[in-house]
Design a protein around this ligand. Structure first.
Ligand SMILES: [Fe+2]
Length: 146
């Protein structure tokens, strides 16, 4: 049992869920000249991330951890902050999600190190994939800001 490792995994999970919700929030609420492109880009991102959530939850269960699964637990654990502003300018949405995506890539990089140390190679493989997915989301968001 390694409490630091297990808390890091739960934090990564809650943050990933919060990230997906934020991307979906922006998909719904984006306004402006780039609406069609950003509406689609945010959709592509939240769908990719949600698509990984169930596997992530079951990886935690396989380690005999309970999966955080309530809004209250997510908000206690997440390092990705909630978006409460409903009419954020479109550029700010992209900047904000880019920062969060980079944050997620770093979290996965850090937790990957811990899972390798624990010899959880299957989980490491999943975490490496999540780091890579966030690098790609970051690339697309960053390119939109040029
Ligand atoms: Fe939609």
């Amino acid at each position: 049992m390694n409490p630091k490792y297990h808390l890091a995994l739960k934090t990564a999970f809650a943050s990933e869920y919060a990230f997906a919700l934020k991307a979906q929030n922006y998909h719904w609420n984006v306004e402006g000249a780039s609406f069609p492109q950003l509406h689609m880009l945010f959709e592509k991102i939240y769908q990719e991330v949600y698509g990984s959530i169930d596997t992530f939850a079951e990886e935690l269960r396989a380690l005999q951890l309970y999966t955080p699964a309530s809004l209250q637990k997510f908000s206690m654990l997440t390092v990705v902050e909630d978006e409460n502003e409903e009419s954020l300018p479109e550029r700010n949405m992209v900047e904000e999600l880019l920062q969060d995506s980079e944050k997620m890539a770093n979290i996965f990089k850090m937790v990957f190190g811990m899972s390798e140390e624990a010899g959880d190679h299957g989980l490491s493989d999943f975490l490496a994939g999540r780091q890579d997915a966030h690098k790609k989301h970051s690339w697309m968001l960053r390119s939109t800001l040029k």
